[in-house]
Structures are given as C-alpha cells and as structure tokens.
Design a protein around this ligand. Sequence first.
Ligand code: NAD
Length: 463
Amino acid sequence: MEEKDNNLERELLVMRECFRSGRTKEADWRRAQLKGLQVFLKENEVDIFKALKQDLGKHYVEAFRDEVGLLRKSLNLALSDLKKWMSSKEAKLPIMAVLSYAEVVPEPLGLVLVISTWNFPLALSLEPMIGAIAAGNAVVLKPSELAPAISSLLVNTLPNYLDNKVIKIIEGGPAIGEKLLQQKWDKIFFTGSGRVGRIIMSAAAKHLTPVTLELGGKCPAVLDSLSWSRDKEAALNRIIGAKYGSCAGQACISIDYLLVEKAYLPSVVELMKVMIKKMYGDNPKELHSVARIINKHHFLRLKNMLTDPMVQKSIIYGGSMDEDSLFIEPTILVDPPLESAIMTEEIFGPLLPIITLDNIEDSIDFINSKSKPLAIYAFTKNEKFRKRMLSETSSGSLVFNDAIIQFAADTLPFGGIGESGVGKYHGKFSFDTFSHYKAVARRSFLTDFWFRFPPWNNHKLEL
Ligand code: NAD
C-alpha cells in the first residue's frame, strides 16, 4: 500500500515537472489533445454506447443527446475559439502610471484533479477535462467507480489518444479519492454530492487549493396556470421529459418537485397521466429504452422514500418497482409531508412530488425557505411573476418555460450557488475555471509624477 502511495507521489512529481517544462502551454499541444478527445469519441462510439447501456441502461439516443453529442459540441467550440481564449487582453492603467502598457494574461493553473460522478459518467468526466486541457494544465481524472464500464473504457482506451506524460486517468472509489486528496493540487474540480463536496473543500484548504464544486440539491419547477391548452401541454411535456427522461431522473438539474396552484391541480394531474402513458406505455418496465437506477443502494434509497407510510398515500400515479432490473416506474405524488425524506433530501430518481399552494406566487417563499438550488424552472406567461422570480430568488440557473436545456448551452455558465455548488464551467467558462488571469503591467522609464514619492510639499493637487 505504502509503495502504491509512493508511486502516486512519484507520478505526480513527474507530471508537475513536465508541466513546468512548458509542455502543456503551447497551443499546438492543447489542440492535439482536444483532437485526441475527438478521435476517441469517434472511434469508440459503439463501445461508449455499450458501456452507457451497461452502466445505466441508457438508450443510445439519450446517450448521444446528453453525453457524446454535447462533448462533440464542446470540443468543436474549444478548438475553434482556443486562439481567442488564449489571447491576452489589453488593459488601461491609471494616469499615475503614465507611459505604460498593461494586459491580462491567462495562464494555466498547473496540475489539476478532476473527480467525476456516475450519472453522466462520460460527459461529466470529459467536459471539465476539455476546459483543463484548453487552459493548458496537466490533468488527473478520477471517474466514478459506480459506472464501471465507462470508468474502465476511460482508463484503458482514452490514454491511447492523449499525452500520458501529463494526462492520467486513475480508476477507483472513495479510498483512491481520499489518497488523491492528500496530494497537493493547483485546482480540484469535483462533481458529486454535497457530503463529499465538504470533504473535498476541507482537504483543499490544507494547501489553499481552489475548488470548483458541482453539487446537487432539490431543483423546483413552478407551474403557473397556463390558460392556453397548447401551452399547458407543451409545459407538461417538458416537465415530464425533464423529470423522467434524463437518466430516469438521476440528473443534478432534473426537476425534483413541482409547485402548482391547488385549483389547477386536477387538470394538471389528469393531463400528466395521459402524457406519461403516451410516452411510457402501459408496461414501462418492458421499455428497454428507459434508463435504470444505477445500483441496488440507490434503488433501496428511493424505495425507502416511497414506501414511507406517510408518503405512500400521496402516490397518485405509478409507484411500481422491480429490484431485479433496478426499474422504478415514473411516479407522481401529491402533497407528501414536507418533513418526509422525499421532500427534505434530493430525490435523484423518477419520483415527482407535486406540492400544492393557494397562490402560485407563494412558490417564491417556498423556494426561499430552502437552500439555494442548482436550477429553478418556472412555467409562466405572467410578466410580473417572471420578474419577481428573477429578482427574488437565487439559484445556479433560472429557466422559464423549459428545463434542463441550460446544460447544453456553452454560452451560459453552469454551476451552483450556496449548497448547490461553487464555481462554474462550460464553454469559455471552463477555460476560465482552469486559468489564472495574471495582471501584467510594463512602464517606460521616461517620467514620473512628483506626488508618487516623498517628501511631499504643498503643491495643489488637481487630478
Ligand atoms: P459522490 O459524492 O458519492 O461521489 C462523487 C465522486 O466522489 C466519485 O468519483 C467518488 O468515487 C468520489 N468520492 C466519494 N467519496 C470520496 C471521498 N471520501 N474522497 C474523495 N472522493 C470521494 O456522488 P454521488 O452521490 O454518487 O453523485 C450524486 C450527486 O452528484 C447528486 O447530489 C447530484 O446532484 C450531484 N451531481 C451534480 C452535478 C453537477 O453538475 N452539479 C452533476 C451530476 C451529479
């Protein structure tokens, strides 16, 4: 064991030396690695789809939409914008520094650690890596042990496409994670739970290492009464898709619960039942295109939420589950007790509690009584309500009339606030996350103002 630790230390030392030699800083090196990732995705697409099916039961269309397709898009953007991202930006200095030139120069942070999770095991491993490489860092990636097929594909195949002197993939679970955290890093980028996020942050504090923590929580959706039946159908279609249709609700920005006005509830529920039936049929368990719960532990966690006697009576649709195939039917609950686990913990599965309110505007107080979520979704056409939602709530992202689409936008920063996370990434924000913006100033020796240096006299200051 000790020998393994020493090996890790030695490997990291070599990576650091390689980084210091300037190997990763050249634009050509960055481009070659990003292209390597592109080729990896292309040449291994079939194996990637197989691995995602094996780990999570994801259909290849879902796998392409949420993982491979998004990564391709991010790589195209990084390659096309790299020169612009890497360029220094001229800055102005105050008059006191007359005859000067200043610029803001992005520089890589050094040796960075990326710890990833299992629900989008490919995308959440490689998306931060794209930013780290584009910014010119040496990278160690630890994928999640809970998606073993993807983890082993990343460990065994990806190195064939990358510069292994400065990019390493290390497989393992919490024990390996803890070993990695004992090392000194120039940045730790973590995706996962708040519980482990806290472990990461305290380990990072030892070396004052900056962290990005992409965490989770309970993302609310608010459904205002939409008078047009077409709008209502579009809203519910998107709500159902965002709740059940992305990794069976095991997504950090999935809708966790839905807030609806009491009077509006019966028509919402009736329509939802019809629409879920249309999407999932009469026997959803037999639908092999639907993602499964990741493992028995998470299956039982969800089962416990649902079989809590206080909660069971609030199930109004679905509720069936099959432990052997790790399947849980899309399920709707109405007004489960607010103190039950389903309303206090992140659900991370295909269970949708609907909470009824007397007035939809009460949703603002409801949301504000809980910790700041990663995302808020509000389906409304009421301009006044929209403005209130924007100015009176706080969340990583706020989307009106849709859900989850913000993840696919590389023009928007993706990240949480408060307990839902620290920092942001995607597109240029990923480059920024893995860069230090160095302030550089240069002066001519020609002249200086008298007031910069003592002794001072009684000249009148007119600045
Ligand atoms: P987790 O926190 O248990 O594990 C995440 C990673 O941390 C894994 O690689 C794991 O091996 C590692 N790890 C676990 N214990 C560790 C330790 N003691 N030291 C070092 N590393 C350790 O994550 P989870 O619970 O499996 O993931 C689900 C959570 O992730 C949910 O809360 C979800 O909302 C969140 N999530 C967030 C995002 C986002 O982008 N914000 C995306 C996906 C998931």
